[in-house]
Ligand binder design. Structure first.
Ligand code: HEM
Length: 201
């Protein structure tokens, strides 16, 4: 008697579940650190946005090259939004040019889909931040709400893309890049989170 073979889809876990599971503790750690810093509970002071600026300034060019897909990545760039947010807070272009860059973020583009998962997921947390600030009558920085009403659609489109990308970027490489992205981002933000900072330059 022949034993029916299970179809690959019945045994292969969804990459989205794998990514969420692999990064759950990193997400919780970063979320906790952001919450306890108090940086997300009032009007943005600029220090956190400056740090995100330094991250995106190094990450975005490398990601654009690594993905090689402008249709996917161009609408997901957020450096210009950070520039506009920081401009609103009085930062000049010369001051932005002097901000430190997270050079190591460029290395994350070696497995770009895994890294994109993390920064795109932050737009979901951004909705929590947007609602909280709105309830206090404080405008939300553009950075935390890049897509407005299209947030859900952008996330759904990325999920479809990530599920299709597992053949070009191995599943292990994708989840490792997602974990590495969380770790580097957390390290990079530590100076403004008020936590000890001993890993990222
Ligand atoms: C830079 C900081 C953050 C990053 C990089 C980040 C990253 C992520 C990622 C990757 C996801 C997708 C999880 C999945 O696979 O479904 C996610 C979802 C989410 N995050 Fe964050 N996050 C950040 C900060 C926050 C903060 C501060 C909050 C809360 C205030 C938060 C709340 C959420 C919520 C509510 C979801 C949606 C969960 C769901 O709908 O299933 N995140 N975030």
């Amino acid at each position: 008697m022949s034993i029916p073979l299970a179809s690959p889809t019945s045994t292969t876990p969804d990459i989205m579940d794998e990514l969420r599971r692999a990064t759950a503790s990193s997400h919780a750690g970063l979320e906790r650190a952001l919450e306890s810093s108090g940086l997300l509970s009032g009007p943005p002071g600029g220090a956190l946005l400056e740090r995100f600026y330094g991250f995106h300034a190094a990450w975005e060019p490398a990601m654009a090259a690594g993905l090689g897909d402008d249709a996917l990545f161009e609408p997901r760039r957020r450096l210009a939004l950070l520039e506009a947010d920081l401009h609103d807070l009085g930062r000049t272009p010369a001051e932005l040019a002097r901000l430190p860059r997270c050079i190591a973020a460029a290395g994350l583009a070696a497995a770009p889909h895994g890294s994109l998962y993390v920064l795109e997921g932050a737009t979901l947390g951004g909705q929590v931040i947007r609602r909280r600030l709105h309830a206090r009558g404080t405008p939300c920085p553009r950075y935390f709400n890049p897509y407005g009403a299209a947030t859900g659609a952008m996330w759904s489109a990325l999920k479809a893309r990530l599920r299709g990308a597992t053949t070009m970027e191995g599943r292990a490489a994708m989840t490792a890049a997602a974990v590495a992205t969380f770790e580097l981002l957390h390290d990079w933000l530590r100076p403004v989170l008020g936590e000890a900072h001993d890993r990222a330059a």
